[in-house]
Write a protein that binds this ligand. Structure first.
Ligand code: FAD
Length: 477
């Protein structure tokens, strides 16, 4: 018996473990381990849990329709995975397990424990790398060290992607119907549905999202056909539907990164779409970059900054300021609109993630770990590698090649990327009546927006303060 162990790859398309397991003609069953305590420990956003559980329900139904049984078991947390799996494997006479590798530290430790446990029982574990385009240990500098600067990494990444003969993973050879029915069974469906219902999320929060692989692939092809060509032009404007919105699907694995890449690569042949497609492929490379950083610097998963000297920064512990940031009451319209977007929808535009992260860690000089955690508590696409990478980049404790005094002006960013204030007005209705100029600086028209707070800190002087703090930390190191 062969087993496909699904984790963050909740799909049938573009799934090498499934295709490989079914290739042999042996009977195949599938498994998913629920780890709700792990979700609690990592403070996974309720909306993200909902997306995963809904996608799992779709996957189980799809597999059953193709004649494959899916078993969903409760392992509690990652520590319980090895025993739960070993019991299951023994009960079902499994000799080989097929799964995609996961690279964060806790997941690696879980898989090492599983491999040790199964080795004793003579069960073979086959790992694949569908979660990334380039596996995290593939590319190294000439000195054999990991790439820590994105531009250099991207150059090698492009070469590797060009050289590698990458084609879509073949569709699995589904079992032939035997007898009158080819229906598999979905064991544990009720438990999944009960967990989902227990989240008790308001319909207004879940309504805009479409979990599952069918929706993810539809969204990919829609994006490639209608928006990819203009991606470079519109991707920085949060009021426009300029980006793919595929981060949730990519992070839960309802969409295979390779299928996303191949769809964009095909568009490179179209001169009208080439520029947008090349830029978008660059974003997929960022995703891989942060995964290899996380994998090759495992201390990051224990809270360490990438630049060790920044451990010595003396952050402000101003709870009032932190609360104002969380609630979108900083007095800077685009920062506030972004934070309200996050809390209200479970998602935030990339430019605004950079802006709000920089605002917290530079203007308020509050420890970036607090913001990283708040994002994970709310994001539907919450993903340790990308979130940690994005936060450390913004706080200048990470891999950013630019000097540490890069500080976005919340006013300038607002004027550039939301020039007519449309995005601000959507999330900060107190400012909706202001004209296109004053909506970025509402303190110039206090009588027109009496309910909106004055800025909690001044922008002037921030760069100098940050520069000095980093210099002191560097000197003390
Ligand atoms: P598109 O612009 O359409 O890009 C396509 C895909 O490329 C995205 O879906 C995503 O998978 C990947 N991508 C794009 N930008 C980045 C990036 N800067 N780093 C890594 N991958 C990228 N992304 C997450 O998936 N989960 C997170 O928890 C997360 N936290 C972030 C926190 C901060 C502070 C910052 C600055 C960025 C974070 N990002 C995170 C990256 C990025 O903001 C989102 O991936 C992007 O906004 C998702 O929107 P999209 O799918 O429309 O992206």
């Amino acid at each position: 018996m062969r087993l496909v162990w699904f984790r963050n790859d909740l799909r049938c398309h573009g799934h090498t473990p499934l295709t490989q397991a079914l290739a042999g003609g042996d009977p195949v069953i599938a498994l998913y381990l629920l780890c709700p305590r792990q979700w609690d420990q990592h403070e996974v956003a309720p909306l993200r849990r909902w997306y995963v559980l809904e996608s799992l329900l779709e996957l189980g139904d799809n597999l059953a329709a193709k004649g494959i049984d899916l078993h969903v078991l409760d392992a509690g947390d990652f520590d319980g995975a090895a025993d739960t799996l070993a019991g299951f494997v023994a009960e079902h006479g499994v000799r080989e397990i097929f799964c995609n590798r996961e690279y964060p530290l806790n997941e690696l430790n879980r898989d090492r424990a599983v491999a040790r446990r199964l080795e004793q029982d003579g069960v073979r574990l086959h790992g694949f790398d569908d979660g990334v385009l380039v596996p995290p240990r593939t590319l190294s500098t000439g000195k054999g060290t990991p790439y820590t600067v994105f531009t250099a990494y991207k150059k090698r990444w492009d070469q590797w992607m060009d050289d590698a003969d990458r084609c879509a993973v073949p569709e699995p050879a589904w079992p032939q119907p035997s007898g009158s029915s080819n229906q598999g069974r979905f064991h544990g469906r009720d438990r999944v549905a009960a967990l989902r219902d227990g989240l008790d999320l308001p319909e207004s929060l879940t309504r805009p999202w479409r979990p599952g692989e069918a929706a993810a692939y539809r969204q990919l092809y829609d994006f490639v056909e209608h928006q990819l060509g203009d991606y470079k032009r519109y991707r920085d404007f949060p009021a426009e539907p300029g980006t793919s919105g595929l981060s949730t699907a990519l992070s839960a694995g309802t969409l295979a990164p390779l299928d996303a890449y191949l769809a964009a690569r095909r568009a490179l042949a179209d001169s009208g779409a080439r520029e947008g497609a090349a830029t978008w492929i660059g974003e997929l490379a960022w995703r891989d970059f942060y995964r290899q950083i996380m994998h090759r610097f495992p201390a990051l998963a224990t809270g360490a900054p990438f630049r060790p000297e920044t451990r010595l920064l003396q952050w402000n512990d101003n709870d009032g300021h932190f609360q104002a940031w969380c609630e979108g009451r900083t007095g800077y319209p685009l920062v506030d609109a972004a934070m309200r977007q996050l809390v209200r929808t479970g998602w935030m535009h990339n430019r605004l993630r950079m802006l709000t992260a920089m605002f917290l860690s530079k203007h308020l000089f509050i420890d970036w770990h607090r913001g990283e955690r708040f994002f994970m508590q709310h994001l539907i696409d919450g993903d340790f590698a990308s979130n940690n990478g994005g936060w450390q980049w913004s706080a200048s404790t990470g891999t950013d090649a630019a000097p540490y005094f890069r500080v976005f002006s919340p006013i300038r960013q607002s004027q550039r990327f939301d020039p007519d204030g449309r995005f601000i007005a959507r999330y900060v209705p107190e400012l909706a009546e202001l004209d296109n100029d004053s909506i970025h600086e509402p303190w110039t028209q206090p009588l027109l927006c009496p309910d909106y707070p004055a800025p909690i800190v001044a922008h002037k002087g921030v760069k100098e303060h940050v520069q000095q703090a980093f210099r002191q930390a560097g000197d003390a190191w």
